[in-house]
Ligand binder design. Sequence first.
Ligand SMILES: NC(=O)c1ccc[n+]([C@@H]2O[C@H](COP(=O)([O-])OP(=O)(O)OC[C@H]3O[C@@H](n4cnc5c(N)ncnc54)[C@H](O)[C@@H]3O)[C@@H](O)[C@H]2O)c1
Length: 264
Amino acid sequence: MSHTTSERRCALVTGATQGIGLAIAERLAAAGHDLVLHGIEPDEAGATIAARVAAAAGVRAAYVRADLADAEAAAGLVTRASAALRSPDVLVNNAGIQHTSPIESFPIDRWHAIVAINLSAAFFTMRAAVPAMRSRGFGRIVNIASVHGLVASVNKAAYLAAKHGVVGLSKGVALETAAQGITVNCICPGWTDTPIIAPQIEARAAQFGGDRAAGIRELLREKQPNLTLLPPARIGDVAVFLASDAAAGITGIALPVDGGWTAQ
Ligand SMILES: NC(=O)c1ccc[n+]([C@@H]2O[C@H](COP(=O)([O-])OP(=O)(O)OC[C@H]3O[C@@H](n4cnc5c(N)ncnc54)[C@H](O)[C@@H]3O)[C@@H](O)[C@H]2O)c1
């Protein structure tokens, strides 16, 4: 698809230098969006990734570094992204971390970090992005929740609280903005092939003498009926759809992309 600079929509994607966020950025770029990639890498490394994404799709891209565990940094991200390129028409809250532990030994600092990065950062960025979206009469917000925003698993107290929180937060903002051409939706991925699940794969592999493939098979057998780790690009494709004009009538949903996990 070829667009002139003035026609292109601008998308801000958090956590966009690897994993699902990078795949979303690449897919949005391929669909003709200019991009602000957010990450925690040093400026030079981030700018290199942004330049690669831009060159592959023939769009413009910028990089903004911010630690979203820091409320002030999260609150300032949209303003900095707007200065780096322009005000985002599309906002994708993707950055997230995980920690697994039984509740009684769950580290308190992990609770605070997970809630800050996975939940509060989405509140801050939406709070900052919505006014300009309202005045343009167009906005697309896609929040990457999880199957764990819909159902539970053991040893994920903070992640469950944050992801269920993102789903509720998104529904509320969807209602507040529905009459102004803005949609707010969640994607709820199942097991997806990215670094965030590496510790869980290693823990399972250890039960099979370190056999990684056996560990993955066991994780999938337990929860994900398609028995396949999702490629990050499959989440990217769904984000592009939700950001498109075709999805104008869809707001306030939490869409599982989970190989059947939540059908059970
Ligand atoms: N991979 C899966 O199976 C899966 C399943 C469901 C949901 N998700 C969600 O998808 C999203 C992306 O995760 P992923 O699977 O690509 O994992 P990932 O670890 O590859 O990506 C996480 C991203 O978050 C960013 N991040 C981490 N700490 C940060 C901080 N302090 N400040 C700002 N950014 C920070 C990282 O830079 C990275 O880009 C997360 O919200 C995750 O919870 C992943």
